[in-house]
Design a protein around this ligand. Structure first.
Ligand SMILES: [Fe+2]
Length: 347
């Protein structure tokens, strides 16, 4: 493609005239906003190690009482976007949150969608729209846009979880805001409207329609499905499941997609090159993740972020399976009609 003229090619007087009239010449910036062949992401490959996060998060528990934090979170920020902008990618926000025994993070609701992936600790719960969801290691809990949610902790040890939100997108759209609320009345425990395996609650034949019938995806159920897939001799593909809305079969949330992948002992999984940024969080086990020309050894609770069209290999050289939680921007890009998958090494 032809190299285009730059701002330096224009007279200063002319640029001044443009600025006075709130005008900007397109051609010096055209190749930036419409780069040839593929995007030029600000998102850079980044890894956050839990061994670095945990002591700082526990120290935050000493430095800042929950009443002064509302949500005690250290944000996993991508330096490519500027740390102060608190983005893992242009769409995805990641935070590691700490709740200490007997603490309560008060009820609120906001426009950004959120999920929690529980990293460690027992006895905490999230109440979402009146449903009390216990938080156990590896569980995924949804707190979708506009639904009241709060966190409590009846256990004895600190509980830590990973928050994933579409906050950067909502903020960019100038659609991000929060409302505070009162303690919720708990009306059910977790799987209130949907019990899995095609059975829903229908008291007196009344079927409650909900956009979000399932709030808690228990890790023990997800892990069992992964193991069943791995033992299915007819099945040849990667051992991966998506977190879906059980009523519709579609993604469990509108903007960010969530899945779990099991990499068997001594297995290498080469992921397709896709048009979305992706986050990898280790639920259990260890893995060598190769993102383009960078290698990282990830252990339990470590998290990596990769930009769009990265070439990603997941290499398990251990004797144990590795379980990886993946978040990506595919639901949003599919809705916008810009999602694509490319042959590896096409460029
Ligand atoms: Fe929230």
């Amino acid at each position: 493609m032809e190299e285009l003229a730059t701002l330096a090619d224009l007279p200063t007087r002319y640029l001044g005239e443009l600025e006075k009239s709130n005008l900007v010449p397109l051609w010096p910036s055209l190749r930036n906003v419409l780069p040839p062949h593929q995007p030029m992401p600000q998102t850079v490959t980044t890894t956050w190690y839990f061994k670095d996060i945990k002591p700082l998060l526990l120290e935050a528990g000493e430095l800042t009482p929950i009443e002064k934090a509302e949500r005690r979170v250290l944000v996993l920020a991508n330096p490519g976007h500027g740390l102060e902008n608190m983005k893992a990618s242009s769409v995805i926000y990641l935070g590691m949150q700490l709740l200490l025994p007997k603490e309560w993070a008060p009820s609120h609701r906001h426009t950004p969608n959120a999920v929690r992936l529980i990293v460690e600790g027992e006895g905490a719960y999230t109440t979402v729209d009146g449903q009390k969801c216990m938080m156990e290691h590896g569980d995924l809990i949804l707190t979708p846009s506009g639904l009241w949610h709060e966190h409590g902790h009846d256990g004895d040890d600190p509980v830590i979880w990973l928050d994933v939100l579409d906050l950067p997108l909502m903020y960019y759209m100038e659609a991000s805001y929060v409302e505070g609320g009162d303690l919720q009345n708990v009306n059910s425990a977790g799987h209130a409207h949907y019990y899995g395996k095609g059975i829903a609650a229908t008291p007196y034949f009344i079927r409650e329609n909900s956009a979000y019938p399932m709030m808690r995806y228990a890790w023990k159920d997800t892990q069992k499905v992964l193991h069943d897939l791995a033992q299915d001799s007819q099945y040849q593909g990667p051992i991966q499941v998506s977190y879906i809305n059980p009523e519709t079969g579609k993604d469990c949330q509108n903007i960010i997609g969530y899945s779990a992948l099991m990499v068997r002992p001594n297995e290498t999984v080469k992921l397709p090159s896709r048009s979305v940024a992706q986050v990898f969080h280790i639920i259990d086990g260890q893995i060598n993740i190769k993102i383009d020309d960078q290698n990282f050894q990830l252990n339990k609770a470590d998290t990596s972020c990769a930009a769009c069209f990265s070439h990603i290999d997941l290499i398990n050289t251990s004797d144990h399976a590795c379980y990886i939680f993946i978040a990506d921007e595919a639901p949003l890009q599919r809705k916008l009609g810009v999602y694509s998958v490319r042959e590896r090494h096409a460029f």
